[in-house]
Design a protein around this ligand. Sequence first.
Ligand code: ZN
Length: 167
Amino acid sequence: MIENVLVLNANFEPINVCNIRRALGLMMMDKASLVLNGRGEIHTINNVYPIPSVIRLQMMVRRPRPRVRLTRREVFRRDNFTCQYCGKRTMDLTIDHVLPRHLGGTHSWNNVVAACSSCNHRKGGRSLAESGMALHHRPVFPPASAIYIFGRHLHENAEWEPFLKGW
Ligand SMILES: [Zn+2]
């Protein structure tokens, strides 16, 4: 069973992803309403509930736009699963700090890139200039759009796309 439920704010802005148990809890407490189901039903002793795919909060909550967390998987996704040095698209990726940490490089979106293991090995602990290697793209903060932020869920939840577009 697909576990993720997209949570929309009262104004339909996508703000979160939660699991089905949490979504059903919000619905039973009248804190959220069902927007989209199509995943079948859950039967309890007394009731039958549609399994939600998208819910909407009844009350507007104020919260900052979620940001893409700096994780290996998110760096690879930003870099399109492509080594930023040789351009090879591969699953054999590592995280490279463009300016190595022992030279003062930070663990930040502007200083991490996806690198295949052979390029990472070739670059070693050197700076870009020392290594004589070049980047295909300068690393930047990932886009803040909802379609990007929640995009990693789309292959399992294609029906969310209309709710993500435009935010
Ligand atoms: Zn490479």
